[in-house]
Unconditional design. Structure first.
Length: 571
């Protein structure tokens, strides 16, 4: 039987919120009705649905009950009592155990009228319970951190929160004793799954499982920076290693040589995350590194990668050409793969045949023929390229040009009516050209086939919630590389501060690019085998920004800090 809101008379907290101007009468009645039907506290319903500011609600509730509001940011998860209240009760009642004094347990709640929570926790713990009023939004964040800290210290592990997550992988039959022990060892299974899921939630790009003589640590690389997140007992190292290898379908009995594998985690019916796995025997055991491969990253679209408008246009124009070579360069982890896949997604239409040779294929793209090179069976980049040319291709992507044979075949493909995309590990556009010359590629072939070079880095984005403006003397700005014209125009520099929404003042990353189109003058210099220094000067003279200049533009735009620009691009 449904309740009509017109029959509701507001009392208690609901009336207080209306009187304090936080809600109008109609919204308050609707919220009271919905909260009652969903069996959740009124304050939780209001904050979850963004109907009122959580801090104002907490202050209003404090005035109603004559109590003070505790700032939860003063409490660290490590300070809170462990294993006192079951995780399901904490989640169910949105109630967090803060501290214990003898037989009394003090519970953080956002709704003082939630007597059921205190009674149920009292019944389950056998302890007297006292409520402490806190901000609801901060409470939910604190509960997440508290429960995460309980999990990563290998406490009572439970697979209930992994419902709907499926790991694709097979168990090896070579070492049945280890496999059997892993099946029985539910905490290890839960712990490894938890590490993988937390890395995904936190936006990490890599996970490092590292054994040492007396410690074992787990680190995430987030926004390009490694950070330790867990330190389980060193005694668990063999079990953790075995579990990851089982998931990646690797030989768990082989611990003397490196191995490569893959894990797929299904987060839902429509979303899955792949992990590229590599094991490496070290002095104290196997170090395992997982690269997180999120297919959605390949479909971000060129507008969000960080290209300046003129750079984006040059890339788009090169992609529209029926033939030629586009080279993307930079060190490992500079975002080359995302740039290439973004280009392939733009080209990926039913009327174009696209083939890629990769080592390995990091992200699966529907509609594109992807080949994993395997040198052990004689399928290298050169062999794959030769096969592609017999398969009526329009577009070819080569994961990396590593040798003269691959370079020559790729260039011939670019000269005979195919668009070729590839990568090299060089520091700048000019160095890419001289690197190919040093490989032995004839300068004429380079000049007539390469159409565009993109050198890139990834810089950390400043957190928009906490970045701070600051002043820098003009002479320092000139020394850093800003032009007098830029300084005269005026701009605000920002530096990182750090808040609960970011990682030390940064959140996410942005591409920093040097995009150079091979013009007639540059082509002539290539054929004359000019040095990379001369080629770079000519590119500058023709208006192509180098990496440093592009990084300083990001500083002017307030996207990143001068400190980060220096870290990424300054020699």
């Amino acid at each position: 039987m449904s309740t009509n809101k017109s029959n509701i008379t507001l009392t208690g907290l609901a009336r207080r919120f209306v009187d304090d101007g936080l809600l109008d009468e109609s919204t308050a009645k609707d919220a009271f009705l919905q909260a009652s039907q969903n069996r959740i506290p009124l304050i939780t319903y209001l904050t979850q649905n963004n109907l009122a500011d959580s801090s104002k609600l907490a202050f209003s509730a404090a005035m109603e009950f004559g109590v003070s509001v505790l700032d939860l940011s003063a409490f660290l998860p490590e300070m809170m009592p462990e294993k006192v209240v079951d995780e399901k009760l904490v989640r169910k009642h949105n109630a967090l155990p803060l501290y214990r004094r003898g037989n009394r347990l003090f519970i953080a709640v956002s709704d003082p009228t939630n007597i059921q929570a205190l009674d149920e926790i009292k019944f389950n713990t056998g302890l007297s319970t006292d409520a402490i009023l806190v901000d609801d939004a901060k409470l939910r964040e604190a509960i997440d951190k508290y429960l995460e800290s309980q999990d990563t210290t290998m406490g009572d592990l439970d697979d209930s929160d992994l419902e709907g997550v499926e790991t694709e992988g097979g168990e090896q039959e070579d070492d049945s004793a280890v496999v059997a022990s892993e099946v029985d060892d539910a905490p290890i299974v839960k712990y490894v799954n938890k590490m993988l899921l937390d890395a995904i939630r936190g936006g990490a790009s890599d996970i490092h499982f590292e054994p040492y003589e007396k410690v074992y640590r787990v680190r995430y690389r987030t926004d390009g920076i490694l950070k330790e997140v867990s330190r389980p007992s060193i005694k668990l190292a063999p079990k953790i290693s075995a579990r990851v290898k089982i998931m990646a379908q690797l030989d768990i009995s082989e611990r003397r040589t490196p191995q490569d594998g893959r894990i797929k985690m299904k987060l839902s019916k429509t979303k899955a995350i792949d992990f590229r796995v590599n094991t490496l025997p070290t002095l104290w055991g196997e170090k395992i590194v997982l690269r997180i491969l999120d297919p959605s990253q390949a479909k971000l679209g060129i507008d969000v990668l960080g290209y300046e408008e003129d750079q984006k246009q040059m890339y788009m124009d090169a992609l529209k050409q029926p033939q030629g070579m586009i080279l993307v360069t930079g060190p490992t982890g500079s975002g080359k793969t995302v740039s290439l896949y973004t280009g392939l997604n733009i080209l990926n239409t039913p009327d174009i045949n696209i083939s890629t040779a990769e080592d390995p294929a990091e992200i699966n793209l529907e509609g594109i023929n992807q080949v994993n090179v395997n040198n052990r069976v004689g399928l290298g980049f050169a062999e794959a390229l030769r096969a592609f040319l017999r398969q009526d291709p329009d577009v070819i992507m080569v994961g990396e040009i590593r040798d003269l044979e691959t370079a020559n075949i790729a260039i011939k493909a670019a000269q005979t009516g195919h668009l070729v995309l590839s990568t090299l590990h060089t520091n700048s556009a000019a160095e890419t050209l001289t690197r190919m010359m040093n490989m032995g590629v004839p300068s004429f072939n380079i000049a007539t086939s390469v159409s565009l070079i993109i050198a890139q880095r990834l810089g950390r984005r400043l957190c928009s919630s906490c970045k701070q403006p600051f002043d820098v003397p003009k002479d320092v700005l000139l020394e850093e590389g800003f032009t007098q014209e830029q300084i005269d125009t005026g701009f605000t520099l920002y530096r990182p501060k750090g808040c609960d929404k970011c990682n030390g003042g940064y959140k996410g990353r942005v591409g920093i690019y040097e995009v150079v189109k091979i013009t007639d003058e540059l082509a002539n210099m290539i054929m004359e085998e000019a040095s990379s220094i001369k080629i770079a000067k000519q590119a500058q003279a023709e208006g192509f920004r180098n990496l440093r200049q592009s990084a300083l533009l990001k500083v002017i735009e307030g996207v990143t800090s001068l400190e980060e620009a220096n870290r990424v691009t300054k020699d």
